[in-house]
Design a binder for this molecule. Structure first.
Ligand SMILES: [Zn+2]
Length: 286
């Protein structure tokens, strides 16, 4: 803790905003519980359409409570199917429509979904500088109060499957780069954007929840999460092997039952857990 604080103090001194930064980094709990957040801009960065599904209860709640929620997805999801009939182009379009339908269930507008168009399965081999620049542009445009992203790890590099691994680090690197005026300077001198530091982070995982430090009560939004999940027909419904845009009632029921089963319970409440972090993006993994 001492090392973290002295490092932050040094950087804060350089930035001439010591008071603000020290206040922001002192605690790792939100000052206001997530359930009471309102008027915030929320950005989630994921690799695939459905990476946000792990947070759908929380996102639905934030949307309902007067926050602006945006989802940036890095890849088109144009590879992940076992159906031999689907082409990459078809799959990308299916994934887009599924994501828009899922977000609609949460009350999130279609124009708040931004897909950056990279190929599914190969994100870690893209030009990292170009991807980070792309993400920085969106961060500087949207100026989110909170970033949801795959957890890059606390004090170690967390293992995720490839695109998730890449997305975790790309999001963290973009959050860091966005605050420096002289990085991707053209966005500021040519595009009218301004540097921006994201103050708060909600980092998610799909397994190995040991670093979680907050659990959001999504009891009132379980139905929205389940209904949203039922739109990912090509992802984990019967459509993963044999895609049919119109599943039977029985199949939808099965998908919803499975979706409900993925929601965790803690102290008798339905929850989504996160590693919450507040402070300089430089110390996001500490
Ligand atoms: Zn994914």
């Amino acid at each position: 803790m001492r090392e973290l604080r002295s490092g932050i103090l040094l950087i804060a001194g350089i930035l001439g905003m010591a008071g603000t930064v020290m206040a922001q980094t002192a605690a790792q709990k939100p000052e206001v519980p997530v359930e009471k957040w309102t008027g915030k801009t929320i950005l989630l960065i994921g690799a695939h359409a459905d990476d946000d599904a792990l947070s759908h209860g929380t996102l639905a709640m934030l949307q309902a409570h007067g926050n602006q929620v945006y989802v940036v997805t890095l890849t088109t999801g144009n590879v992940g199917t076992q159906d031999p009939k689907l082409s990459r182009t078809q799959l990308a379009e299916i994934r887009r429509q599924e994501e828009l339908a899922a977000l609609k269930e949460l009350g999130i507008r279609g124009d708040h979904y931004i897909n950056l168009g990279y190929d599914d399965g190969l994100l870690e081999f893209e030009d990292r500088k170009a991807v980070v620049e792309n993400l920085v542009r969106w961060i500087r445009k949207l100026r989110p109060d909170v970033l949801f992203a795959w957890d890059p790890g606390k004090n170690f590099q967390r293992w995720h499957k490839s695109d998730h691994r890449a997305a975790a680090y790309l999001a963290a690197d973009a959050a860091r780069a966005a605050m420096w005026r002289l990085l991707f300077e053209g966005q500021i001198t040519q595009e009218g954007l301004k540097e921006f530091m994201i103050p708060e982070y909600m980092l998610y995982n799909d397994y190995d929840f040991q670093d979680e430090n907050i659990w959001v009560d999504i009891t009132d939004f379980v139905d929205k999460r389940v209904n949203a999940d039922a739109h990912y027909i090509s992802q984990y419904g019967p459509g993963w092997k044999d895609y049919n845009p119109n599943p039977t009632e029985e199949e939808v029921k099965e998908m919803k039952a499975w979706a409900l089963d993925t929601i965790r319970t803690r102290d008798g409440k339905r929850v989504e857990g996160f590693r919450y972090y507040r402070g300089l993006p430089d110390a996001l993994g500490k």
